[in-house]
Design a protein around this ligand. Structure first.
Ligand SMILES: Cc1ncc(COP(=O)(O)O)c(C=O)c1O
Length: 324
């Protein structure tokens, strides 16, 4: 079939599968992924973490995940700005400047030659001198890796939409305990949510806050009622994909409200979608075993999905990786 004849979904899937198949022919030590550890570039499979880094021992770290799509970095500077804010909130001074981190991530992508990549950069508290527990004495460390693009919800499911549950057995860690605007890896609540979702036959968990509001999973949540979009205003990460979705929605003339979203409002929504760098705009068409709206991907979600992927070629938001 001619590429021009394909609809946006088939066209995206087709391009992704073609590039993935081409990459599978790549050989060399970095083809499966590259990492940056202790100031050196290594094949991903050889990367290791120093045992005494408090990032490992205490989950005392922050991280960020930008992505490369079709050979272009998307909103990299927005991710790096959020990483800077997260470090400042945790009182961690990264051992590298932001421009150097930026160059390092581009170099990692170049090493892998991946056209569609998941890019992970982690800044940890680092290790304290042996026998000391005073966190102020730790020397911060930085790690990064690049692997093939990861889909939280497989791309093949996007056309029909995924299934989600509102978790009953776990709620989101409250912001007063772990500030969720700091991108963090204290994933105990999210992982429990995933197990509950799988046990209940669904793909993805949506975590409530315990006060009747919905928060997030490892993605932000949007509801749509009569072309009004709502997404939780507190107790969540300020997602870069969420920002893109809001900008698209407003440019379509739709109202977007960033405010408390009652769990009960999910059940009479016309549409629900999730947003994350690892998967983009993820339509949810089944909630707690019941259809959302008409049970199909709705027009608002569809439009945002299409424009989200189209924006990956926009030079204002993305730039081409130099693979040479
Ligand atoms: C807890 C949480 N919320 C939301 C998101 C979505 O953020 P972004 O759109 O910046 O990828 C993520 C991404 O990993 C996340 O971990």
């Amino acid at each position: 079939m001619e590429r021009e004849a394909l609809d946006p979904f088939s066209s995206l899937l087709d391009g992704f599968e073609t590039r993935t198949a081409a990459h599978a022919q790549q050989t060399g030590p970095y083809a499966d992924g590259a990492a940056f550890v202790r100031g050196e570039f290594v094949p991903a499979a050889e990367a290791s973490v120093p045992l005494f880094d408090l990032g490992f021992l205490r989950s005392d770290l922050t991280y960020d995940v930008p992505a490369v799509w079709n050979g272009r970095f998307f909103r990299l500077d927005d991710h790096l700005a959020r990483l800077e804010r997260s470090c400042a909130k945790l009182r961690i001074t990264p051992p590298m400047s932001t421009p150097r981190i930026r160059e390092t991530l581009i170099e990692l992508v170049r090493l892998t030659q991946l056209r569609d990549a998941y890019v992970d950069v982690i800044v940890t508290r680092g290790a304290t001198p042996r026998g000391q527990r005073d966190v102020r004495l730790a020397t911060p460390a930085i790690y990064a890796f690049v692997v093939p693009y990861i889909w939280i919800l497989p791309l093949t499911v996007h056309e029909v939409g995924g299934s989600a549950i509102v978790t009953r057995e776990v709620r989101r860690t409250p912001p007063g305990a772990m500030d969720p605007t700091i991108k963090n890896l204290q994933w105990g609540d999210l992982n429990r949510g995933f197990f509950e979702a799988f046990d209940r036959g669904a793909n993805l968990p949506l975590l409530p806050d315990g006060d009747g509001n919905i928060t997030e999973g490892c993605y932000n949540i949007f509801t749509v009622h009569d072309h009004v979009l709502r997404t939780p205003g507190r107790g969540v990460l300020e997602g870069v994909t969420r920002l893109t979705a809001k900008q698209i929605a407003r440019s379509e003339g739709w109202e977007v409200r960033t405010e408390d979203v009652r769990v009960s409002s999910l059940y009479d929504a016309d549409e629900i979608f999730l947003s994350s760098t690892a998967g983009g705009i993820m339509p949810i068409t089944t909630l707690d075993d019941q259809p959302v709206g008409g049970g199909q991907v709705g027009p608002v979600t569809r439009r945002i999905w299409e424009r989200y992927w189209a924006l990956h070629a926009d030079p204002d938001l993305s730039f081409a990786v130099d693979y040479a």
